[in-house]
Every structure is written in structure tokens, then in C-alpha cells.
Design a protein around this ligand. Structure first.
Ligand code: PRP
Length: 173
């Protein structure tokens, strides 16, 4: 396992993103939607840097296939608790990879007529994109490789790490 982003790098970048969101949503009360499970660590640190009125809700999706690649079939496993019509919505993701999850979520949420819909992700593997999706706030554009930590798992492990690491090919649990 090799550290890709240190705790300090992540926290510094989150403060920068929070400043940007604060400026862009001046006088508004956005709803931040965390996509479970991976985003919960990022979301919780992000909202504590955002000194503004906001709401939080969650959605969950699952995509079928093996553990490391998406099959392209996205299913909603948990919907929002709140209505978003006329609201400023920010989807918060830990990572955007193929873009399939985000495309599905955006299509779903746009049908509910939010006032605006933005995407904030900590990590972006933009080189692996299969479908084009807009990313408004991005923490780090990263190389391809299997990342863990800071909310992201490998077989449900390592979500609690304070940093983001890459699992090397010869990785032994
Ligand atoms: C990850 C991530 C995104 C999705 C991105 O979730 O949180 O939701 O994959 O991949 P895509 O761009 O190729 O669609 P994952 O399926 O690992 O679930 P988890 O967050 O519950 O671990």
C-alpha cells in the first residue's frame, strides 16, 4: 500500500473547496447529498469547513459486477428523504471513475426540478471516464489504480484511514 494523498493534503484541499462553495452559494442554503457509502468521510469534513446554512441527505447506489470495475448497471438502493424541487443541490462523491453512477444520479435528480445541480468529488479518475459528466468541484485528479482510505474501501475495509492510498498489484491483505 502506498500513500497517494496525505491527511494534510486532503484537509488543505477541503478548505479550498469549502471556500469556493461558500462563495458560489452565498445567500443560498444548499442540500449536500452524500452518495453512500464512500462519501461519508469527505462529506462530514467538508460540511464542517462550510460556515453557512446547509442541509444534508443521502442516497445509495449499487452497480453490479466484480469489486473493482463497474458493470454499467446502476441501481438505486436508497433514495432521498427530502424533496429537492427548487433547491440548490450538490452531489458529494468520494470518487468519479467511469461516470456511470453520476450520470444515473444526475438524470434521476434533474427529473425533480432542483433550482441547480452541482457535483463535488474528492477524487476524479478522469482518464477512465466512459460517459461525460460535469464535475464542478474536484479535490484531486488521480492516476488509475485501486485507491482505498478516507471513506473508500477494498472489500469493505480501510474506509477509516485518514489518508488515501493505492493498493499495489502484489498487495497481500
Ligand atoms: C464508488 C463511488 C461512486 C462510484 C463511482 O462507489 O462512490 O459512487 O463508485 O464509479 P463510476 O464512476 O464508475 O460509476 P462504490 O460502488 O465503490 O460503493 P461504496 O461507495 O458504497 O463503496
Amino acid at each position: 500500500m502506498r500513500v497517494l494523498l496525505s491527511e494534510q493534503q486532503i484537509q488543505e484541499r477541503i478548505r479550498e473547496i469549502a471556500t469556493q462553495i461558500h462563495t458560489d452559494y452565498e445567500g443560498k442554503k444548499p442540500i449536500l447529498i452524500g452518495i453512500l457509502k464512500g462519501s461519508f468521510v469527505f462529506l462530514s469534513d467538508l460540511i464542517r469547513e462550510l460556515e453557512m446554512e446547509l442541509e444534508v441527505d443521502f442516497m445509495a447506489t449499487s452497480s453490479y459486477g466484480d469489486a473493482t470495475t463497474s458493470s454499467g448497471v446502476v441501481q438505486l438502493t436508497k433514495d432521498l428523504d427530502v424533496a429537492i424541487e427548487g433547491r440548490d443541490v450538490i452531489i458529494v462523491e468520494d470518487i468519479v471513475d467511469t461516470g456511470l453512477t453520476l450520470r444515473y444520479l444526475r438524470q434521476l435528480l434533474l427529473q425533480r426540478f432542483p433550482a441547480s445541480l452541482a457535483v463535488c468529488t474528492l477524487l476524479d479518475k478522469s482518464a477512465r471516464r466512459q460517459v461525460e459528466v460535469p464535475v464542478d468541484y474536484c479535490g484531486f485528479d488521480i492516476e488509475d489504480g485501486f485507491v482505498v482510505g478516507y471513506g473508500i474501501d477494498y472489500a469493505q475495509k480501510y474506509r477509516q484511514l485518514r489518508f488515501v492510498a493505492i493498493i499495489e498489484e502484489d498487495f497481500n491483505e
